[in-house]
Design a protein around this ligand. Structure first.
Ligand code: CMP
Length: 140
């Protein structure tokens, strides 16, 4: 196992319901350390850039509109196998399919309003972390 960093976003459905602390507690209980964190209001252009890999998908415009509908909390998580560990803690993309004990099962409202985002590979994590943070923002 290797210590990794991954990018997590607490989405507008969760900040609207004041769930940041509860989600952070679950991430910490999963063995992840929050080594950088920033609450931001994305612009539509930033949301479209962040999710550019999904630009051809039917859900892209709605997803971007949703991501600017309220503040998000961007964070860097660090730990052993942080990318897979965070994906396990989040659960399946669609909360209806997420396992018991996962964040999306507990809090997700729909496949779009699914409370959290997490990087899906080491390469994506590096790109996504750099989207929100510079190296000096990250305090391990
Ligand atoms: P996320 O992990 O942030 O990555 C892309 C997001 O697109 C995903 O979570 C979902 O919230 C959203 N999304 C909306 N509709 C779909 C869909 N049909 N399939 C996959 N992701 C979707």
């Amino acid at each position: 196992m290797a210590v990794e960093r991954t990018l997590s976003i607490i989405k507008p459905d969760a900040t609207r319901r004041n769930l940041t602390g509860q989600i952070n507690a679950r991430l910490e209980e999963a063995g992840l350390r929050i080594v950088a964190q920033r609450r931001v209001r994305l612009t539509l252009e930033q949301a479209r850039q962040f999710y550019a890999v999904h630009a051809s998908r039917a859900f892209f415009d709605d997803l971007c509109k949703f991501m600017v509908s309220g503040p998000v909390v961007a964070q860097v998580l660090e730990g052993e196998d942080a990318i897979a560990r965070n994906r396990d803690a989040m659960g399946a993309t669609n909360p209806a399919n997420a396992a018991d004990g996962t964040i999306r099962k507990a809090f997700g409202e729909s496949i779009e309003a699914n409370s959290v985002h997490g990087s899906d590979s080491a390469e994506t994590a590096a790109t996504e972390i750099a989207f929100f943070f510079s190296e000096r923002d990250i305090v391990g």
